[in-house]
Design a binder for this molecule. Structure first.
Ligand SMILES: Nc1ncnc2c1ncn2[C@@H]1O[C@H](COP(=O)(O)OP(=O)(O)OP(=O)(O)O)[C@@H](O)[C@H]1O
Ligand SMILES: [Mg+2]
Length: 465
């Protein structure tokens, strides 16, 4: 049976049929945006000289397993005349005589300076998959490369997930309800016009309005305004994905509030603010005693980066003792948070290791590993110093906010309890004020501790099977 490649009804069809020069297809995850971008150039595959370049920010996002190239294989392979040229990152489309008619190219632009490689090029269809990953400068520079000699009017297609801090949020603000952050359904697919002068955008509902406002008279001048539309995408539009991966929706629902708002509901305004990660009211319980059914304990430390803070006070060191229970719940059993000199920190970590062992037997200790040689040496020295204990030192990656996400998802689902202790108030306060509060050491120690617990328990499970 021949394979039929066709857009799904709704936004994907709209994306492939809009006459707008620039179309941004954005919103919730899994709506079929990248698939839409890959289908888009196929409409002109029989037009001699047609070329489309699809950009992602980095090379891996295209060529790593499951990346855009793999996706293109699924769609393009089997099309008559389609020929992959992997080494060039291209697909060629030939006619019946075997002549090359059109091409789709995959490329990346990691840094703003890289755009100069494209100087002098002419691309009829420019696509950006995940536009918010590119800078405004890159986008507008590439717009100047959007030219054509093949008879098809040049156009730009882009996809993205919401990102409140990105320049794209501003670019498409007319299509987004500025109070709620959700796309305005009636405006989805509506076309507006802009011209850009000295890096400022001037918008209007029609190009004629701009002709008048800027006194554009000649044909060339009148060609300056560009048309733009935004098409909102929702997971529910992608029946195909829900059919082949019915668990996808449940995965999105299990995300923390901020990620869920962005990726499930397409919210362009939500950002990390105090209380959005950990609310006191989401805590399950304050337990009188330490539960006996903990299957994995971790004591995770956040060490002060500098000996003194800006006011000359010793910086804070935090150590969080967290456990995962047989029933799947998490418990924070003890928190240390003190201003100490480096030598006192070493002593405290060892004493705590001894008392944790006496109280709870097997407790894994996790320490941060700072970047560079000094960090490596410090970690090695700690591991030696704590010989006989189960210790690991891990280099941190990503922002404190992104590290807090996995724990926040469980906290918000009500899966965390804490054990009653004098540290409770200070701990809950810091959690609730994150990421806006001044101090984040207890949060960071908790996030990393949670990651360690999840790693250990996954490992234990898989080694039991
Ligand atoms: N028209 C279609 N025909 C067949 N399958 C489709 C179609 N559109 C989407 N799909 C399926 O849905 C999956 C997810 O779509 P896609 O990767 O385009 O979503 P996305 O909106 O880019 O997601 P993300 O927000 O995660 O980047 C595809 O891998 C494909 O299996
Ligand atoms: Mg995608």
């Amino acid at each position: 049976m021949p394979k039929i490649i066709t857009p799904q009804p709704g936004p994907q069809t709209q994306f492939l049929s809009t006459p707008a020069q620039i179309c941004i297809y954005g919103g919730a995850a899994g709506g079929g945006k990248s698939y839409g971008i890959l289908m888009s150039p196929l409409r002109y595959k029989n037009t001699p000289g047609f070329g489309c370049t699809i950009f992602r920010r980095n090379f891996n996002q295209i060529f790593a397993q499951g990346g855009l190239w793999d996706e293109s294989e699924k769609i393009y392979r089997g099309i008559n005349g389609a020929e992959p040229k992997f080494a060039r990152g291209q697909w060629w489309f030939r006619n019946r005589k075997g002549e090359i008619v059109s091409k789709v190219t995959f490329a990346h632009i990691e840094r703003d300076e890289d755009v100069h490689k494209w100087q002098g090029s002419q691309i009829c269809e420019i696509c950006f998959d995940e536009l918010t990953h590119f800078s405004e400068k890159t986008f507008f520079y590439m717009l100047s490369r959007n030219r054509s000699t093949c008879g098809v009017t040049p156009f730009v297609r882009a996809t993205c997930n919401p990102d409140a801090d990105s320049w794209v949020a501003k670019f498409i603000d007319w299509w987004i309800d500025q109070d709620t952050g959700y796309p305005i359904a009636e405006r989805s697919g509506k076309i507006r016009w802009f011209i850009r002068r000295d890096e400022t955008l001037y918008w209007a509902n029609t190009k004629e309005e701009l002709w008048e406002r800027f006194n554009l008279v000649t044909d060339e001048e009148r060609g300056e305004p560009r048309s733009v539309t935004f098409i909102m995408s929702k997971l529910s539009d992608n029946k195909e994905l829900l059919r082949i991966n019915p668990g996808y929706l449940a995965n999105l629902k299990a995300l923390s509030l901020i990620e869920r708002e962005r990726l499930l509901f397409g919210n362009w305004k939500i950002k990390a603010g105090a209380g959005l990660f950990f609310k006191r009211t989401q805590l399950g319980d304050i337990l009188k005693t330490v539960p006996q059914d903990v299957v994995q304990w971790v004591r995770c430390w956040d060490l002060a980066a500098t000996e003194k803070d800006d006011k000359g006070n010793p910086a804070y060191t935090a150590g969080v003792l967290m456990g995962k229970r047989k029933n799947g719940r998490y418990v924070v059993a003890d928190v240390i948070n003190r201003q100490m000199s480096a030598s006192d920190v070493r002593k405290l970590i060892k004493l705590t290791a001894q008392s944790d062992r006496a109280a709870y037997k097997r407790v894994r200790i996790r320490l941060p590993k700072d970047p560079g040689q000094a960090g490596k040496e410090q970690a090695e020295s700690y591991i030696k110093f704590l010989s006989g204990f189960d210790v690991t030192a891990v280099a941190e990656t990503g922002s404190k906010e992104s590290r807090a996400e996995p724990m926040a998802a469980q906290w918000q689902a009500g899966n965390f309890d804490i054990v009653y202790g004098p540290w409770n108030e200070e701990y809950l306060n810091q959690l609730e004020n994150f990421p806006e509060g001044q101090f984040k050491d207890m949060v960071d120690a908790s996030s990393n501790g949670f990651t360690e617990i999840e790693l250990r328990t996954q490992f234990n499970l898989s080694s039991m099977i």
